[in-house]
Design a protein around this ligand. Structure first.
Ligand SMILES: Cc1cc2nc3c(=O)[nH]c(=O)nc-3n(C[C@H](O)[C@H](O)[C@H](O)COP(=O)(O)OP(=O)(O)OC[C@H]3O[C@@H](n4cnc5c(N)ncnc54)[C@H](O)[C@@H]3O)c2cc1C
Length: 376
C-alpha cells in the first residue's frame, strides 16, 4: 500500500459502506425486474454520430432504485412484433428521478434503430425493472480499473457518475477505447469529471484519428505497454470491463499476460451470442425424458412440456406470453417465481443467489425435473 492509499484507505472503506447504504439499498421505489412500467422520454442527446442517450422519467414520478452498472429491459412493438432488449442504465442511481440509456445504432438491428428513429421527448416506452450483477457492490474495492470500448462505456459511466455525485473521490483508472476521437462517448463529461476528482484518471485510446488530425492521444489498440504506463499498479486493481466480445477477449489476454488475478476481473457482455457460454444444457437433460405439467397460478392455464425443453421455450410453444430477451440466462428478463416443483437451472449470471433462495428461476435456462406451478 503506498502512502496515498494509507491515508485514503479508512475513508474509502467508509465511502464504500456509505455508498452501499445511502445510494443503492435505500430510497427510491423498488421496481422489480419482473414488473413493467411506462417511462416517458424527457430528452434525447446525440452523443456521437451513431450513439444517442434517451432520458426517461417514470409515469408515477417516483424515484427508481437501482445499482450502478445494472440494466433494464425495454419493450416495444416494432413492425408488428413485440421486441425486448436490455440496455444498461447509464445515469447514476444518485439521480433516481431519471433513468437514461445510451444506445448505439446497430446496422440492421431492430430495437436500436427503432429507438434512434422514433424515440423523442414526450414518447412513452415500456420497460422492466433494473437487473444485473455487474456492479461495484458485487466486488467492493479501494482501487479499480475500468476498461471499456464503444457503447460498453455505459455501466462504468453510471458507476463513475454515482461516485462523483457522492464526492467519494475513489481511486479509479478509466481507460476507454474508441475507433476515432469522434466516437468517444461522454468524452467531455469524463474529462470534466476527472478534473473534479483527482483520484479519477481517464485515458482514451483510438484506433485511428478520423477527422481529428490534431489528436494528441495514442493511436492503436490497448496494449500491455499502454496499460502499464497508465495504470502501473493494475495488478492491485479490481478490473471492470465492458465492450464488444473481441475487445473483452483481448483485454483478458492482456491481463493474463501481465499476471492479473482472474478472480479480480469482472465483465459485462452486451453481445449475448458471442461472449457468453451457449444456453447451458443440463447434463441430465440430454438424456432426460418424460413429460411434465406446468400450471400458471395467475392465468390458471396449464400446459405439458418435455423434460428436455426449457420452460420458456415450452411456454412460448403453448402460446403463453412470457417476457424474455437473451434466452441465455444473462439478462434476467424471464425471472419467475417457482411456487411448486423443481427445475434444473444453468444460468450465466442473470439471477442472484438471494433471488434463487426466494424461489425465483430464469425460465430460459431451466428444465423441469417435476411438475411445476409458476407465478405467471
Ligand atoms: C446486459 C446488456 C446490456 C446492454 N446494454 C447496452 C447499452 O448500454 N447500449 C447499447 O447500445 N447496447 C446494449 N446492449 C445490447 C442491446 O441489448 C442490443 O443487443 C443491441 O442494441 C442490438 O439490438 P437490435 O435490436 O438493434 O439488434 P438485433 O435486431 O438484435 O440485431 C443484432 C444483429 O443481428 C443482425 N441481424 C438481425 N436480424 C438478422 C437476420 N434475420 N439475419 C442476420 N442477421 C440479423 C443485425 O444486423 C445486427 O447486426 C446490452 C445488452 C445486454 C445483454
Amino acid at each position: 500500500m503506498n502512502s496515498v492509499d494509507k491515508i485514503f484507505a479508512p475513508a474509502l472503506d467508509l465511502d464504500n459502506r456509505l455508498a452501499d447504504a445511502v445510494t443503492w439499498e435505500h430510497g427510491g421505489r423498488l421496481w422489480p425486474s419482473s414488473e413493467q412500467q411506462t417511462l416517458t422520454c424527457c430528452r434525447v442527446v446525440d452523443e456521437t454520430h451513431d450513439i444517442k442517450s434517451f432520458e426517461f422519467r417514470t409515469a408515477d414520478g417516483l424515484p427508481v432504485r437501482f445499482e450502478p452498472g445494472q440494466f433494464m429491459t425495454v419493450s416495444a412493438t416494432v413492425n408488428g412484433q413485440r421486441v425486448e432488449r436490455c440496455y444498461t442504465i447509464s445515469s447514476p442511481p444518485t439521480r433516481p428521478f431519471l433513468v437514461s440509456i445510451t444506445v448505439k445504432r446497430v446496422p440492421g438491428g431492430t430495437m436500436s434503430n427503432w429507438l434512434h428513429d422514433n424515440m423523442k421527448a414526450g414518447c412513452e416506452l415500456r420497460a422492466y425493472g433494473p437487473s444485473g450483477t455487474f456492479t461495484p457492490t458485487a466486488a467492493p474495492a479501494t482501487k479499480s480499473l475500468y476498461l471499456s470500448a464503444g457503447s460498453g462505456v455505459t455501466p462504468l459511466m453510471s458507476m463513475t457518475r454515482a461516485s462523483i455525485d457522492l464526492g467519494l473521490n475513489r481511486d479509479v483508472i478509466f481507460i476507454h477505447s474508441a475507433r476515432t476521437p469522434a466516437d468517444i462517448v461522454f468524452r467531455e463529461e469524463l474529462a470534466r469529471l476527472a478534473k473534479l476528482s483527482p483520484r479519477l484518471r481517464v485515458f482514451f485510446v483510438c484506433e485511428g484519428v478520423g477527422d481529428e488530425s490534431d489528436w494528441q492521444g495514442p493511436v492503436g489498440r490497448l496494449s500491455l505497454q499502454l496499460l502499464s504506463q497508465w495504470a502501473p499498479d493494475y495488478l492491485e486493481r479490481e478490473v471492470f470491463t465492458c465492450g464488444p466480445a473481441g475487445y473483452m477477449s483481448a483485454v483478458r489476454g492482456l491481463l493474463a499476460e501481465g499476471g492479473h488475478d482472474p478472480a479480480r476481473y469482472h465483465q459485462e457482455s452486451f453481445d449475448i451470442t458471442a461472449d457468453v457460454a451457449p444456453a447451458p444444457v443440463a447434463e441430465k437433460a440430454e438424456t432426460a425424458s418424460g413429460t411434465f405439467t406446468v400450471k400458471l397460478s395467475r392465468s390458471s392455464r396449464t400446459f405439458t412440456m418435455s423434460a428436455s425443453d426449457t420452460v420458456l421455450s415450452a411456454a412460448k410453444k403453448a402460446g403463453v406470453a412470457v417476457a424474455s430477451s437473451c434466452s441465455q440466462g444473462v439478462c434476467g428478463t424471464c425471472k419467475t417465481k417457482l411456487l411448486e416443483g423443481s427445475v434444473d437451472m444453468k444460468h450465466n449470471g442473470g439471477i442472484r443467489e438471494r433471488e434463487v433462495q426466494k424461489g425465483f428461476r430464469l425460465l430460459c435456462c431451466s428444465r423441469p425435473t417435476s411438475d411445476l406451478v409458476l407465478e405467471l
